[in-house]
Design a protein around this ligand. Structure first.
Ligand code: PBE
Length: 268
């Protein structure tokens, strides 16, 4: 049957992303728990994964990727998550804003805005889509800020501009975090007059950078599950400003034209 052939069709490969991602750890766990012995999780990057997906979709070929929401792949392509009856990928979680200790005293304006920053999956998706469609991240962020002036002004209401102070934000090159981090940079620069440097790193160094004060903060912490390891190790050396976005999901995603519905179908 077509179902029985899925492993052969995709060469028993799941197309993954960067090894530091929580999504990769969850997928290794899924391979264990669903006893997918012949299967391999291929390491790469967010960009390599979406390139492979784009090509496969164009050719209407089978592919299995590590996916998450918010992500533009679900609006560009007709995709579905494979059911996860064992609950390996966890429940809904939130994306948190994390800052270094001492930021509140040393950069009260940045701290106040970062504490206030909160948006929706639809907002984030809009920025992600613009970037996928060819805009530079800074351009897409600036356009979004312009179109959402009322919300942005709420975030910065009553906050004193910082007049040229420097700030560094860390992020990982995940599509979702490229979008959020560039929007936050744009607001800090345009509305609060900071000079913001973005430091693109892997997930581990991102968390460590905030914990040791090398960077001022990040808006890319997926909690309580996806980045649990990092949080457990470093949670008392950082300040958690709480969720900036709710309504996320992680899992294995496939084009809707594939004839499988559950991770369990990969065993057949
Ligand atoms: N992600 C996107 C990240 C968090 C943001 C799901 C790829 C991760 O797996 O760590």
């Amino acid at each position: 049957t077509a179902q029985g052939g899925v492993g052969q069709q995709v060469d028993y490969k799941i197309v993954g992303i960067d090894p530091g991602a929580g999504l990769m750890k969850a997928t290794e766990k899924a391979i264990q728990e669903y006893e997918l012995k012949d299967w391999e999780l291929v390491e790469g990057s967010s960009a390599a994964m979406t390139a492979a997906l784009t090509q496969a979709y164009k050719d209407q070929k089978p592919i299995i990727v590590t996916g998450w929401t918010p992500h533009w792949m679900f609006s560009k392509f007709d995709m579905k998550y494979l059911e996860d009856p064992k609950g390996v990928y966890g429940e809904d979680e939130q994306i948190h804003t994390i800052v270094r200790k001492g930021l509140k005293e040393e950069q009260p304006s940045a701290y106040a805005f970062l504490d206030k920053f909160r948006w929706s999956p639809a907002d984030m998706e809009k920025v992600m889509l613009a970037i996928t469609d060819g805009q530079k991240p800074e351009e897409a962020a600036a356009a979004w800020v312009k179109e959402n002036e009322a919300l942005v002004n709420e975030w910065v209401a009553g906050i004193e501009p910082a007049e040229g102070q420097k700030l560094t934000l860390a992020y990982v090159a995940w599509d979702s975090e490229i979008a959020s981090t560039n929007v936050v940079k744009e607001v800090l620069e345009q509305k609060l007059k900071y000079k913001v440097e973005l430091s693109q790193v892997e997930a581990g160094p991102m968390w460590i950078g905030v914990s040791n004060g090398d960077v001022d903060g990040m808006v890319a912490a997926w909690l309580p599950t996806t980045h649990e390891d990092y949080y457990q190790k470093l949670g008392d050396k950082i300040e958690d400003l709480g969720p900036n976005l709710e309504g996320t999901k992680l899992g294995l995603a496939v084009p809707a034209y594939m004839d499988i519905n559950s991770i369990e179908d990969l065993k057949k």
